[in-house]
Design a protein around this ligand. Structure first.
Ligand code: AHM
Ligand code: MG
Length: 334
């Protein structure tokens, strides 16, 4: 390459997904590409607002009324509204499920499309005020044959998702996506306003990592298999003990696990009988990405993607990450 001359071969997310869909002959209509465009726009909007959030908090606008007398929306509520509006307007959705909304939204006929999107618009929101990474998580199903869109379309195992991803808002905005053939990472070029392919084919370099990521503050409630597993990596019979890293923002903890390897866990325990994380829009999308990146996602005893949800906000126990690390954990459950 000639030094100083910008490359003319920029691969944007839209171009990449479109190319992929054409190659697979999967989505000749371009509907999924359009749907993903709506999600990208949402991510750009949230990324911009996350940047402003701290300032807005400092000058006391959040939860306050603005000059026209309207209440300023908190960032998680705002993010939800942006996402719902953008997905509805795309004309490509039939059912929307958001962590922020008690009931599923069934899209009215004139805007109805064939996809269902389940999402957590702003996960890890307790981290906002400290300027720590937060993210949006999403999973996409196609409506069942002949369905006009109902909650049954999303009460299906995660293995039936057609795509899943997240956007992490940090020093830059990173969108990580799988449409079922591997995982790719894109970084928002703020000047261009485009997500550019920066991490093609994300997968751990090794089947085993060196990092564990659990909220060990819950140790006194953990069940024996988790306690024993953690003991085994902290006091190994040979070799070095694992390093601990825990941000408390699922997107950031999982993102690091994809890039560096290791294991992330949020188990059920004696206090949180079903765990904390939500099956449909937290565990499923992350499990989908994990498997696409060559890792394992399990409840300890069961593959996450095989679970059949019975309600849209149910929780589940989850461990995910590098293959051998998760297999080690599973041995303590066996
Ligand atoms: P939230 O949906 O209320 O933001 O909670 C989800 C977050 C995840 O991002 C993270 O993995 C987990 O909660 C952290 O929980 P804890 O503070 O109990 O460790
Ligand atoms: Mg959440």
């Amino acid at each position: 390459a000639t030094e100083g001359v910008p490359s003319s071969e920029i691969i944007t997310l839209t171009r990449h997904v479109l190319h992929d869909q054409m190659r697979l002959g999967a989505d000749a209509t371009g509907d999924l590409t359009l749907l993903l465009t709506a999600i990208q726009v949402t991510s750009k909007f949230i990324a911009t607002n996350v940047r402003k959030a701290r300032l807005i908090n400092l000058i006391g606008l959040a939860g306050d009324t603005n000059t026209s007398g309207e209440e300023q929306k908190k960032l998680d509520v705002l993010s939800n509204d942006i996402m719902v509006n953008s997905l509805r307007a795309s004309g490509r959705t039939a059912v929307l499920v958001s962590e922020e909304l008690e009931d599923a939204i069934i899209i009215e006929e004139k805007n109805r499309g064939k996809y269902c999107v389940v999402f957590d618009p702003l996960d890890g929101s307790s981290n906002i005020d400290a300027g720590v990474n937060i993210g949006t998580i999403f999973g996409i199903y196609r409506v069942r044959e002949d369905s006009k869109g109902s909650v049954e379309d999303v009460l299906r195992p995660g293995s039936e998702m057609v795509a899943a991803g997240y956007t992490m808002y940090g020093s830059s905005a990173n969108l990580v996506l799988s449409t079922g053939s591997g995982v790719n990472g894109y970084t928002l070029d703020a000047a261009l306003g485009e997500f550019i392919l920066t991490h093609p084919d994300v997968h751990p370099n090794s089947p085993r990592g060196k990092i564990y990521s659990f909220n060990e503050g819950n140790s006194m409630f953990f069940h024996p298999p988790v306690v024993e597993y953690l003991k085994s990596i902290k006091y190994p019979a040979s070799g070095k003990p694992y390093s601990a890293r825990y941000i408390g923002s699922m997107v950031a903890d999982v993102h690091r696990t994809f890039l560096y390897g290791g294991i992330f866990g949020y188990p059920d325990d004696k206090k949180s009988k079903s765990g904390k994380l939500r099956l449909l829009y937290e565990a499923f999308p992350m499990a989908f990405l994990t498997e696409q990146a060559g890792g394992i996602a399990t409840t300890g005893t069961k593959r996450i993607l095989d679970i059949v949800p019975t309600s849209i906000h149910e929780r589940c126990s989850i461990f995910l990450g590098s293959k051998e690390d998760v297999q080690d954990l599973m041995k303590f459950y066996a």
